[in-house]
Each structure stands twice: as structure tokens, then as C-alpha cells.
Design a protein around this ligand. Structure first.
Ligand SMILES: Nc1ncnc2c1ncn2[C@@H]1O[C@H](COP(=O)(O)OP(=O)(O)O)[C@@H](O)[C@H]1O
Ligand SMILES: [Mg+2]
Length: 585
């Protein structure tokens, strides 16, 4: 139960409700006990009337009517209290579920990018949905049934012992056996349900992919192939379901069998005792009701045990996530200003997962307001440089300075707020165009929206849409072309009015003319902004103040277009090659 300790602080938080719930449970059980007692009493009265006529028929009738009314009354009260008990304890479990989900989500939001590379989306989703709901079963139903069972057991059994100790002993014998069997069955059910669950998610993933990839399936005419795959998967899933259903079907018959055995024991042993004059007939009737009242709570002992085991396993996984340390932290909460001056001083970076040295002792200085093109082959380290500027990663060696301050001394939120980042692969939310832009600036005005769209050269495209800025994107809305997506992402970065703008190969899907328009728009508005553009196009780099050529993680050259042309190295060769291609067109 070590992992579940984490939840104690929540139980403490809602202690008032839990304590009320506890007392209500005890009261509800006491009232539930009244009914069997009255039944026993009534039968004894009838027996006395029949055997010895010791009471008047009218008196008997009157007392029976009173008993019936009392039984109805106590059942009603027990019912109301049971309702309040559920309201208290099950509600607490919903509150704790809510708290837990918030805590996990908040942790997710603050974790580093590294974490997301090492964990699959499905796992992240499972922690917050499936595992939390398993844990809820522990803080809610498990606790409630435990209180219920213990109070019922103590009250009923001690009462039974006081009335007929020997009979009580015999009737209780099958109950622990019942409890153990239920526990074993629950465990097998859990294991098999888990497998069934896995197959269900395999099936969902498969069908989802088939729907979103329907174009490929049809154009490659692989319908039969995917059909066969689905059939195989579905039939495996069916078999797993059948094996689950088989154990499940043992559950109730076994319970009924054991309850039956208990009843037979009560009738047989109690009947003998009655005939020997050791107990009254009413006691026998009362006991039959008690045995049936006890079986369900006893069965839940086994069920609750398996719930707790599952909750423990789920909470362990949740704790593992909650204990992942933040690698990139705010060392100081200093409000150092972020300024556009940036310098790299002997910066090296190696990716731990692959041991690839992406950057090797890179040094360069950039002044506020300058535009810098970063050029180099695929895999040469362009993205890595840009990610170090926004402190997605931290250098292994050397330092990055922004505005003269070491980047690790700058408040992380302030830093990221000051940077407009357009990543290499665009991601847009399934929202309207306007709302996507508002991810850049929450309170953007209409004119700001229009302006940023204009800078990204997207105005004409949007005017073609019926709903303009309210056009919904994504599956249920419009699918933008690659170039439109990239431009919208640029608008989203520009609207932030960042101090540093980073475009990581963000114009690969637009034509050269559009690219030139956008770059010149950006240069016009960005007198005070430092702009980094990773690109393969000479037409872009030519218009930048500085060009940084990187080759396999090493800085080959850094300087203006004219300077690099004179060096006659990679940049010169690329320029010559691309110019020739342009002439050919
Ligand atoms: N997340 C990562 N994990 C491991 N290796 C990576 C990762 N990202 C990039 N690399 C490697 O680092 C090198 C530089 O990559 P990158 O900076 O993305 O280059 P570029 O942007 O110039 O194409 C490449 O060899 C690449 O395979
Ligand atoms: Mg890249």
C-alpha cells in the first residue's frame, strides 16, 4: 500500500465528508438490522398464538400491524441513510479524481520536451484517464464497502452471537471461503479484462488509421489486405472476450451456491436446535435473513482487495510520472530582460538517446535587430541551434547568452514569451483560424489579427474562405494546404510581437515569390527584432544581414552574403548551383 500513501493528503482534505459518511454508514446498518429482528419477533408471536394461544387474536393482529409499519419505517430510514452515505463517500472520490487529473495535467504541461520524446501519447492518456479511474475506485467504492462490511459484520455478528452463539458459528463457516473465491475470480477477471482492453485499443487504433489513411488504402487497392488484418485482430479480440466471459460466468453461480450452503446450514442446525427447544422459531427466521444480509458484504471483501491491488499498480504509474524531475528549471526567478543580442560561446550538444553530437563548439554573435539565415544540409544541426535559443535543451558545454545574460539565468516563461517560434513541422489546433492565432496572443485585437495575417501573406487565401477568420480547421473543418499551414503558423508567431523570431525551415512549402514577400514583410516590421531563419534557399539568405553555414555540427562560416561569396566555400557553391537552376527555369 506504499504507493497509495500519496492519496492520504486528499483523504485528509475531504475528512469532514468522510467522517460524516462513516457515521451515516454505521447508522444505516443499525436501522437495517431492525427489520430482521421484527420479522423474528412477529414469527415468534404467531408461533405463541398457534401453539399456546397465550395471546388474543386482536392483540396479535394489532402487534403484527405495528411490526409491519416499523419494518417499512426502518427500511425507509436505512434507505435514506444509504443514499446520504453514497453522496458523501462517492462524491469525495469524484473530488479526488478531479484533483488528481488536475495535478497530472499540470505536471504534463510543465515537463520538458525530452519527456514527451520518451513517452508515448497513449501512455500519457492512460495515466490521466484509466489509471486515475482505477485509483478513484479505491478512494470511493473500496473505502465505502470496507466501512460498510466492517460495521455490518461487527453489528450483525455480535448480535447473532448474543442470541445463538453455536448457530452463529456454523452459519459463518462458508463466508470466508466465499470471500477467498471471489478474490481469486476477481483477480482472473482483472487480468483477462486487461487483455481485452488491450485488444480493444489495438482495434480502435487500427480502424482509426484505416479511416484516416483511407486514401492510401484505396489508391493502393489494399482493401482486402486490411480486411484480413482486421478480421484476424477482431477474431483474436473475440477469443479473449470469450475467455473473460467464461470466468465471469462462474461468479454468480458460485455465490448463489455458497449462499445456498449457508442457508441449508442455518435451516438444518437451527431446525435441530429449535426441535430441541434451544431457540425460538423467530430466531431461525431472523438468522436466515442475516446470513443473506452478510453474503454480499463478505463477497465484496474479495472484490475490494482486487480493487486495492489495481489502484496500487495504477498509483505507482502515476507516481512515477509525478516524480519525473524537471530538467530545465528556473534557477532564479530573476526578471532579467530578454534582449535581441544573442551569442553562442563554444556550445556543444549531444543527443543522449542516440549519442549523436549535433553541435560541436559553436560560437557566434548576433546583434539585436539582425536577421540571420542558418544554412546547412539536413541533419547538420540547424534545428538544434534554434532549440538551444529557446532553451528546449541546455548545452552540454559552453554557454548561450541573450542580452548579455546567461540563458539559464533568465526566467523561463519570460524567455519563451519573448520568442516567436515556428517549428519545422507545423501544428495547428482544430479550432478557428482566429483562435489559432490567439494561441500566440490571447487578447489579440481584430487589427492585430489582420496585420499578422498580412505579414504572413495569407490575406488572399483567407478571403476565399466563406467564414473568413472564423473558418474551422482540422477534421471537421477546412484542411489547409501545407503552405497555408506554414503561413498561419508564422502569423501566430508574429502576432506575439516577439523580441526574437525563429523560423525553422518554415517556408519550405511556399513558392519562392511568396517566401520573398514574407521575408520582406518581416524585415519591414522587425527593425528591433532578431530573426533566425533556417532555410535552403539562397533567395532568402541573400536578404538576411548574416548567414551562418553549419556543416555536420561544425560552424563553417558566419558573415554577410558578400563575405561568404568571397570565401568560395559551401555557400558560394550553393549559390552558384541555385542560380543556374533558376536560369534554367
Ligand atoms: N530528438 C533527437 N534525438 C536524437 N537525435 C536527434 C534529435 N534531433 C536531432 N537529432 C540528430 O541531431 C543531428 C542534428 O539534427 P537537427 O538539428 O535536427 O538538424 P537539421 O535541423 O539541420 O536538419 C542529426 O544527426 C539528427 O539525427
Ligand atoms: Mg531541422
Amino acid at each position: 500500500m506504499k504507493e497509495l500513501k500519496f492519496l492520504n493528503k486528499f483523504l485528509y482534505k475531504y475528512r469532514i465528508k468522510l467522517i460524516i459518511g462513516f457515521f451515516i454508514t454505521v447508522t444505516a446498518r443499525i436501522f437495517a438490522l431492525i427489520a430482521p429482528n421484527l420479522v423474528g419477533n412477529s414469527i415468534t408471536l404467531i408461533e405463541n398464538y398457534v401453539l399456546s394461544s397465550s395471546i388474543d387474536l386482536d392483540v396479535l393482529k394489532e402487534r403484527l400491524v405495528i411490526n409491519i409499519l416499523l419494518i417499512i419505517g426502518s427500511a425507509l430510514i436505512a434507505g435514506v441513510f444509504t443514499f446520504i452515505m453514497r453522496q458523501m463517500i462517492i462524491n469525495v472520490s469524484r473530488f479526488i479524481e478531479f484533483d488528481l487529473k488536475n495535478i497530472i495535467y499540470k505536471k504534463y504541461q510543465n515537463l520538458d520536451f525530452d519527456f514527451y520524446k520518451n513517452n508515448r501519447t497513449g501512455d500519457l492518456m492512460n495515466r490521466i484517464s484509466e489509471d486515475v479511474s482505477k485509483v478513484r475506485m479505491y478512494v470511493g467504492p473500496a473505502i465505502m464497502y470496507t466501512i460498510n462490511t466492517i460495521t455490518l459484520f461487527i453489528i450483525v455478528v455480535s448480535y447473532m452471537f448474543s442470541v445463538a452463539p453455536k448457530l452463529t458459528m456454523y452459519t459463518l463457516i462458508p463466508l470466508p471461503i466465499l470471500s477467498i473465491i471471489i478474490y481469486k475470480i476477481s483477480r482472473i477477471i482483472n487480468i483477462r479484462s486487461k487483455i481485452v482492453q488491450e485488444y480493444l485499443s489495438k482495434l480502435t487504433t487500427f480502424t482509426q488509421e484505416a479511416f484516416s489513411g483511407v486514401k492510401i488504402i484505396k489508391t493502393y487497392t489494399i482493401e482486402d489486405f486490411t480486411n484480413q488484418k482486421l478480421e484476424k485482430l477482431a477474431s483474436d479480440s473475440k477469443n479473449k472476450n470469450m475467455s473473460l466471459v467464461k470466468v465471469q460466468s462462474w461468479f454468480f453461480p458460485l455465490m448463489i451456491l455458497l449462499i445456498g450452503i449457508s442457508n441449508i446450514l442455518v435451516i438444518y442446525i437451527g431446525g435441530n436446535q429449535y426441535m430441541n427447544g434451544q431457540i425460538e422459531l423467530g430466531v431461525l427466521a431472523e438468522f436466515i435473513i442475516y446470513v443473506n444480509m452478510l453474503t454480499w458484504p463478505v463477497a465484496t471483501v474479495g472484490w475490494v482487495t482486487s480493487i486495492i491491488q489495481q489502484a496500487e499498480a495504477s498509483q505507482k504509474r502515476i507516481n512515477e510520472f509525478l516524480n519525473v524531475p524537471y530538467k530545465i528549471v528556473n534557477k532564479k526567478n530573476s526578471k532579467l530582460m530578454v534582449d535581441g543580442d544573442i551569442s553562442f560561446n563554444n556550445v556543444s550538444y549531444t543527443y543522449k538517446e542516440t549519442n549523436i553530437k549535433a553541435l560541436d563548439k559553436i560560437s557566434f554573435n548576433v546583434k539585436k535587430g539582425e536577421s540571420i539565415a542558418i544554412m546547412g544540409d539536413v541533419g547538420s544541426g540547424k534545428t538544434t541551434i534554434l532549440e538551444l535559443i529557446s532553451r528546449v535543451y541546455e548545452p552540454d558545454q559552453g554557454n548561450v547568452y541573450i542580452g548579455g545574460n546567461n540563458i539559464s539565468d533568465i526566467n523561463l516563461n519570460l524567455l519563451r514569451d519573448s520568442i516567436g517560434y515556428v517549428p519545422q513541422s507545423t501544428f495547428l489546433f482544430s479550432e478557428t483560424i482566429e483562435n489559432n492565432l490567439k494561441f500566440g496572443k490571447e487578447d489579440a485585437s481584430n487589427s492585430e489579427i489582420k496585420e499578422s495575417i498580412k505579414i504572413a501573406d495569407l490575406t488572399d487565401d483567407i478571403n476565399l474562405f466563406k467564414d473568413k477568420y472564423n473558418t474551422l480547421l482540422g477534421e471537421r473543418g477546412v484542411n489547409l494546404s501545407g503552405g497555408q499551414k506554414q503561413r498561419l503558423a508564422i502569423a501566430r508567431a508574429v502576432i506575439k510581437k516577439p523580441k526574437i523570431l525563429i523560423l525553422d525551415d518554415s517556408l519550405s512549402a511556399v513558392d519562392t515569390q511568396t517566401e520573398e514577400n514574407i521575408i520582406s514583410n518581416i524585415n519591414n516590421i522587425t527593425k528591433n527584432i532578431t530573426v533566425f531563419i533556417s532555410t535552403h534557399r539562397i533567395s532568402t539568405s541573400k536578404n538576411c544581414d548574416k548567414i551562418l553555414v553549419i556543416n555536420n555540427g561544425n560552424l563553417e562560416s558566419f558573415g554577410s552574403h558578400e563575405e561568404l561569396m568571397k570565401q568560395k566555400k559551401t555557400y558560394f557553391e550553393t549559390y552558384t548551383k541555385q542560380s543556374k537552376e533558376k536560369d534554367l527555369n
